[in-house]
Design a protein around this ligand. Structure first.
Ligand SMILES: [Zn+2]
Ligand SMILES: [Zn+2]
Length: 137
């Protein structure tokens, strides 16, 4: 593939198609490599790391709930969000928990929750941390 740029390389995606519905799209026909991941690609990436984080939470539900509860004690503005998260965790409502992971209002509070995890095995915290920072980027 040649390294050139045109309107397609800036907007289209080999997986998600031509933004302009052009069947001669230089990207979808494989003539030129796209310059960026498209918005759908990024959305998928986010979902993937989101799922990783959810898996960790499913494995360590009590650990996370414990940290959420401690954050709730000291939180000024996010008590309601933490309460909701605790309820979802104790109900094992994973769809609800996933919704919280995606909730832009819960990003900062969740950051604090992950910082305050207190596992007996520090590797667990590192795993959470890496997955979470992967999700943010
Ligand atoms: Zn195109
Ligand atoms: Zn794409």
């Amino acid at each position: 593939m040649t390294k050139l740029k045109d309107v397609h390389t800036e907007h289209c995606c080999i997986d998600h198609g031509c933004k302009y519905g052009n069947e001669n799209c230089t990207v979808t026909t494989g003539k030129i490599q796209q310059s960026y991941s498209c918005m759908d690609c990024e959305e998928e990436l986010k979902l993937e790391s989101n799922n990783e984080l959810l898996k960790l939470i499913q494995q360590h539900t009590e650990l996370l709930a414990d940290s959420v509860a401690r954050r709730r004690e000291t939180s000024a503005g996010n008590k309601a969000l933490h309460t909701k998260m605790l309820e979802l965790l104790s109900d094992e409502d994973w769809e609800g928990v996933e919704g919280m992971l995606r909730d832009s209002w819960y990003q900062k509070p969740l950051d604090g929750v992950i910082c305050c995890l207190n596992p007996s095995d520090m590797d667990v915290k590192v795993k959470f941390y890496n997955t979470w920072s992967g999700y943010e980027n």
